[in-house]
Design a protein around this ligand. Sequence first.
Ligand SMILES: Cc1cc2nc3c(=O)[nH]c(=O)nc-3n(C[C@H](O)[C@H](O)[C@H](O)COP(=O)(O)OP(=O)(O)OC[C@H]3O[C@@H](n4cnc5c(N)ncnc54)[C@H](O)[C@@H]3O)c2cc1C
Length: 460
Amino acid sequence: MVDSKKITKSLVDVVGPTRVTDKDFDLVSYGRDLSPAKQKLPTHVVLPETREEIQEILAIANKHNVPVYIRGGGTSHWDAFLPQEPGIMLDLGRMNKVLEINERDLVVTVQPNCTWAKMDKELRKKGLTYLCSEAGGPAMTVGGSVMKAGGGPHSTAKFGFHGNQDVITLEMVLPNGDIVQTGSAAWPSAGKFERQCLGPDLAGMFLGAEGILGICTELTLRVRPAVDFRERMSAILPTLDDVVEFGHFINRHVGDEYLQGIYLWVAPDNPDLFFIMMDIFGYEAEIVEHRKKKILEKIAELGGEMADRAPVDDYYDRILTGLTDLFTAGVWHFFGAGSLRIDDIKFLYKIWREELLEKRGYTKAGFGGQVLPRRSLAFMVTNYKEPEEWEGLVKMADAIDELTLKGPVVPYGVGGRDGLRQIVASHDTGYYRLLKTLKKTLDPKNILQRGIFIPEEELR
Ligand SMILES: Cc1cc2nc3c(=O)[nH]c(=O)nc-3n(C[C@H](O)[C@H](O)[C@H](O)COP(=O)(O)OP(=O)(O)OC[C@H]3O[C@@H](n4cnc5c(N)ncnc54)[C@H](O)[C@@H]3O)c2cc1C
């Protein structure tokens, strides 16, 4: 049994007394995320300010065999940073600076807990932007998003999907304290300008790893001139087949560059009404106008109707600054969520409609997601305030996940969710075996994010 006070003292020796706590009343605010996951309190919270402090904290954790959990902005909703076992929580909130905007190479370097909102504000002062792709609100951080490879309403193949080439270099502290620079930054006398050089693309190994392979302490991202021309539209399409066809039309005729993923929403009380929102942008007014015309023609050809623009403006204008109504709604649970081919949206919709609405009579979860150029990110989602429903809901969501993931859906956001972790582990693929090998090699004591993504027993 580890002596908690001894750990407190060791942590104080590293960061001083004001940036460590083991007091219940402090710990309690770190025990939940935005999902129905059970409360899990850390034993300590520590707020490092430098990578060297993080190295020392990891040394303490390795010495005492105590797990370390990493919290970015805390807006993920799949139990992705809560202590699955009593352990130290790193709150990276102090590492939040924009370090450099390089206008010549069009890259920005930030600390991990710089929020998207803060980074965008600084970039726009110089006529640049990143076009953050996620709707998680003002607290969401660059490091948190990139480490789970977020995507969202502004994702296009060209603009703003972290899994793509927008991440140029990363600085990672490995579980053993080693510091790794990826891409061109790995060559000490060069700069931070290219993702893929000198051997394999190591940045890719950390994207989406949910922190299990290392702690990100710095990121360099590709930026672009701020987009000045845009059109926003919403429409109602008659059938889901039309939505799918519209997605393919966008791929072929509108192109990856100028339209973000189409945001689809189907409410449970009207499962035959397919509402889509779009935000077209580009560098030339004529091109944006031309794209808009093509879209309007296609929607008319499909028998769709244009709808009100106001909700679209409201939604896209507030992605970074705060869709506050989303957060006051209560707890969020996304399930059946994942990446899939555009044609396979119909597979997921069928499960939502037949298994959730009709068979189980659960009518609080809507269906939606982003019909992105070349692929889709879809989900069922519910939010609610009634804690007494949580347990039942989680069980039902696990059962729906199981059905979904037998099909053409690649899971997204695994975290510590029991059902999902087990489903992923049960797919004994070469990919999963390699991931476990990497984890065991880099982190033999399983210090970092123990129980997140890979169940502990899988690593013994
Ligand atoms: C209403 C709502 C809408 C949302 N919409 C979207 C959406 O459109 N698209 C989308 O992708 N997500 C969405 N999200 C989920 C969430 O906002 C995003 O996943 C966000 O990117 C998480 O960032 P964060 O800073 O809050 O990270 P956290 O939640 O703090 O962390 C996310 C994961 O990364 C790990 N991590 C954090 N920082 C580091 C680091 N420095 N090094 C290593 N690992 C780290 C954490 O341990 C955790 O596993 C939404 C959430 C809500 C509540």
